[in-house]
Design a protein around this ligand. Structure first.
Ligand code: SF4
Ligand code: SF4
Length: 302
């Protein structure tokens, strides 16, 4: 039986599929989107997080760490050598400021399901359920399959948030356990896809075709990042997909926000879009207008 490596678990989520949901976030992703709003999800390995604003510079982490990851200078500057950390958790337990945490906890699917089932009444009343997200949840296929099967046996509605970048055979195997695929569609131009995501989009488009062919319900999730994919070509392509496949029940615009910057700092990762600003409400309206202009179907405006 495989454990699942979880980096977050959010109850009462309202934006990860219909109704009130519990969203389970799994660690690890085969893609490398420059704007990733969950940078702590990218690596499968567990990672130390340090939140400067709650650190009281008490020095306990420096004393306890066998790897000398922490150093606090005489003038109170706390530096963290993330690459030397072995994720033993000693400093996390010792920290009085709750400034430290380890992202990534290995849990058996039964334990996750127990948490999911706590809110069964809310799911039933609101038409919600469980969503598994990431990272790319298909990377932890064995544990994922067990979790989804157990959830279905309990009659829980299941959404799977996927980048589309996984083995097509695995999508075939898991399709019957998923009610709605939240399927990301990020960049149309293959060259830009490679530049900003690290790979082309061929496999993603093939898998979208596969799931639509299996008549699975799809919510197409489209992150819009100004200066990267807010192009006429991309809007046109989203609209075209919405008309091509009956299986696409919704098109969701996921407008860029800059929360990832702080999260990247917390785990010591560089964030190359540090200067980019969150898309404001009126800019989001313009995105909707563009999509409508190109005839986008099932557009969900929020
Ligand atoms: S988790 Fe362990 S190795 Fe990593 S910084 Fe803390 S005490 Fe050091
Ligand atoms: S133990 Fe926590 S509060 Fe104290 S210096 Fe380290 S990170 Fe800051």
């Amino acid at each position: 039986m495989a454990n699942l490596r979880v980096f977050d678990l959010q109850r009462f989520a309202l934006h990860d599929g219909p109704g009130i949901r519990t969203t389970v976030f799994l660690k690890g992703c085969p893609l490398d989107c420059v704007w990733c709003h969950n940078p702590e999800s990218k690596r499968y390995s567990r990672q130390l997080g340090y939140l400067e604003k709650t650190c009281i510079r008490c020095g306990r982490c420096e004393e306890i760490c066998p790897q000398k990851v922490h150093h606090i200078s005489e003038d109170g500057v706390h530096t963290v050598n993330f690459s030397a950390c072995l994720q033993c958790g000693k400093c996390v337990d010792a920290c009085p400021g709750r400034a430290l945490k380890i992202f990534g906890k290995d849990l058996p699917h039964e334990e996750i399901l127990k948490i999911i089932l706590r809110d069964r009444d809310f799911y039933q009343r609101s038409g919600g359920g469980m969503t598994v997200s990431g990272g790319e949840p298909m990377m932890q296929f064995e544990g994922l399959w067990e979790l989804l099967r157990a959830a279905k046996q309990e009659g829980i509605h299941v959404c799977l948030d996927t980048s589309g970048q996984a083995d097509p055979e695995k999508y075939r195997q898991i399709a019957d356990l998923v009610d709605i695929f939240l399927f990301d569609y990020k960049i149309t131009d293959a060259k830009l896809h490679r530049q900003y995501i690290g790979t082309d989009n061929r496999r993603i488009l093939d898998n979208l075709d596969l799931l639509c062919g299996l008549k699975k319900d799809i919510f197409l999730r489209c992150p819009i990042i100004p200066g990267i994919n807010d192009t006429e070509e991309h809007y046109r392509a989203i609209a075209k997909l919405s008309g091509k496949y009956d299986a696409i029940r919704q098109v969701n615009v996921m407008a860029y926000h800059d929360m990832a910057k702080g999260k990247a700092e917390q785990i010591g990762m560089p964030y190359i879009l540090a200067e980019k600003k969150t898309v404001e409400r009126d800019e989001k309206r313009q995105i909707y207008e563009k999509l409508k202009e190109y005839g986008c179907l099932h557009l969900q405006e929020s």
